[in-house]
Design a protein around this ligand. Structure first.
Ligand code: ATP
Length: 245
């Protein structure tokens, strides 16, 4: 970690949640007929969530209920209209865009349903380039190790289009874990994969999460995948409610 990022080095203690989202609202300009009293549409309504270091939390709920919006807020990819998100002791709302992007690169990994790899870059570059951009020394060697860990030692020089869906998601997982983030956010990570491939990607994800003591917040429609998490919370109409795992 370079000097600029070491400022974010966490005072990690078991007493403090790794993620502390408090009173989150996300309001967007409304479509006709869906307005709140102020003339906006409330997508996220007063959500609060704590996630401890190393804990896995499944997020379930109907389509359109606000799951992805919550994940975007936790990643700092959306700014809440009201409320705060603290990750690793840092209030994301206090960071400008550049520092927020650097913080995210160092502390938060994200895995999407549709992989989001850069199609013109090899598997190795898809993992190494974000590390280089973050100023990480030995980026190529860290990326190689990350790809070996996800079983892709033999696919490093392939482009995403030359890889299967499962292999592409493994590259995305290697990219997400390579900076050793404290928090991994995953949005339907097996949603585009067949059942068997999805199972092996699930095993990989939870294995890396356990080995690195990474907190995991995972959106899924798959009850089996949700059931692998330490805890499941349900989103309904923009609100959160806890339920037994
Ligand atoms: N920027 C935006 N502007 C307007 N509406 C939005 C915006 N982002 C999300 N929405 C709406 O907010 C609601 C919640 O969307 P979100 O993607 O968070 O739901 P979700 O629970 O993840 O759904 P799915 O399971 O289908 O992915 C949806 O009705 C969506 O259309």
């Amino acid at each position: 970690m370079d000097d600029a990022l070491s400022r974010f080095a966490p005072p990690r203690s078991s007493a403090t949640a790794l993620v502390e989202a408090s009173g989150l609202w996300l309001t967007v300009p409304a479509r006709p007929g869906t307005v709140n009293a102020q003339g906006g549409l409330d997508i996220v309504r007063d959500m609060s969530l704590r996630v401890n270091a190393g804990e896995s939390v499944g997020i379930v709920g109907p389509s359109g209920s606000g799951k992805t919006s919550l994940l975007m807020l936790l990643a700092g990819l959306e700014r809440p209209t009201r409320g705060t998100v603290r990750v690793d002791g840092v209030d994301l709302g206090t960071l400008g865009e550049n520092r927020l992007a650097r913080f995210r690169g160092a502390r938060i990994g994200i895995v999407f349903q549709s992989f989001h790899l850069i199609p013109t870059m090899t598997a190795l570059d898809n993992v190494a380039v974000p590390l280089e951009l973050a100023g990480t020394r030995n980026a190529a060697s860290i990326a190689r190790t990350a790809l070996e860990q996800v079983g892709l030692a033999h696919r490093m020089t392939h482009l995403p289009g030359q890889l299967s869906g499962g292999e592409q998601q493994r590259v995305a997982i290697a990219r997400a874990f390579a900076p050793r983030p404290a928090l991994l956010l995953a949005d339907e990570p097996t949603g585009n994969l067949d059942a068997r491939t999805g199972e092996s990607v699930q095993a990989l994800l939870f294995g890396l999460q356990r080995d690195n003591n990474t907190a995991l917040v995972l959106i899924t429609h798959d009850p089996v995948l949700a059931g692998r998490c330490d805890r499941v919370v349900e989103v309904a109409e923009g609100r959160l409610r806890d339920r037994a795992a």
